[in-house]
Design a binder for this molecule. Structure first.
Ligand code: GLP
Length: 268
């Protein structure tokens, strides 16, 4: 696992967008090979999306040859509900870039047959050649997408019941009213994220520090599902100082030193 520790949310957002830049740029040169990008929702990636929108509006990047697969969606709220992940993605990213509508994939939490919806989603990822890069956030309990503690570490896209912690954390988007928060979601599995050729996880703020400690210093455990990503061959965790507050001082120093040395010997 590569761990990039930066000072704050803005620096993290700039770093991640800048990391994606050449990959999106390269996709413009080869129409036959779209870049397949997995995407998260949540407050964490908003800064990254702002930067991507800026790259588009200044003419630096086009998203015409990008195919996206979102991580998850609530079950049973309309797509135009301001807290649906469909709404979120259009509001923060898709409405402001030139990605073709048919290249956007988001699970349909209102499908008549939810199990079939999940299987079709996995099939579509395969038909597209798999995910090149899965961008993700993490929940305060170390979950990835909606793979709550105890989820199978080889799981694929499926229906999940949300944990009380997640319902509580997400109630801030639903007038702090627990009863308004959907209790079920469709989510890609830990295995779906693991299958991506590359994974970039963003974690900012002190409320992620406990999860970061488990994911970085602990072993692989289904109680902290993002810890499975220790086994991905190309995994980068990008966090701000606040998210590293529960790590040992020597762990932080170790990873900062590696980045420093890499910065000195690698071009660019
Ligand atoms: C939800 C989403 C996750 C996201 C997490 C953290 O549970 N399903 O994909 O990573 O929230 O959200 P935030 O970035 O707002 O902390």
């Amino acid at each position: 696992m590569r761990i990039v520790i930066l000072k704050d949310y803005e620096t993290v957002s700039n770093w991640v967008a800048n990391y994606l830049h050449p990959k999106i740029s390269l996709s413009m040169q080869d129409e036959k090979h779209p870049f397949v990008l997995g995407l998260p929702t949540g407050s964490t990636p908003i800064g990254t999306y702002k930067n991507l929108v800026r790259y588009y509006s200044t003419g630096e990047l086009s998203f015409r040859n990008i195919v996206t697969f979102n991580m998850d969606e609530y079950v049973g709220i309309p797509e135009n509900h301001p807290e649906s992940y469909h709404y979120f993605m259009h509001h923060h990213l898709f409405d402001h870039i030139d990605i073709p509508k048919e290249n956007i994939n988001i699970l349909n939490g209102n499908a008549g047959n939810l199990e079939k919806e999940c299987q079709d989603y996995e099939d579509k990822i395969s038909i597209n050649g798999g995910i090149d890069l899965f961008l993700g956030g993490i929940g305060p309990d170390g979950h990835i997408a909606f793979n709550e503690p105890g989820s199978s570490l080889t799981s694929k896209t499926r229906i999940k019941t949300l944990s009380y912690d997640t319902i509580l954390a997400n109630s801030r988007f639903f007038d702090n009213d627990l009863s308004k928060v959907p209790k079920m979601a469709l989510t890609v599995g830990v295995g779906t994220v693991m299958d991506a050729r590359e994974v970039v996880i963003i974690a900012t703020g002190y409320n992620k520090a406990r999860a970061i400690r488990q994911i970085v210093e602990g072993g692989v455990s289904h109680m902290w599902t993002a810890s499975m990503l220790q086994l991905n061959r190309r995994m980068i965790l990008v966090c701000d100082d606040a998210a590293t507050m529960e790590l040992q001082v020597e762990t932080v120093k170790y990873f900062k030193d590696i980045e420093k040395v890499a910065g000195e010997i690698l071009p660019g």
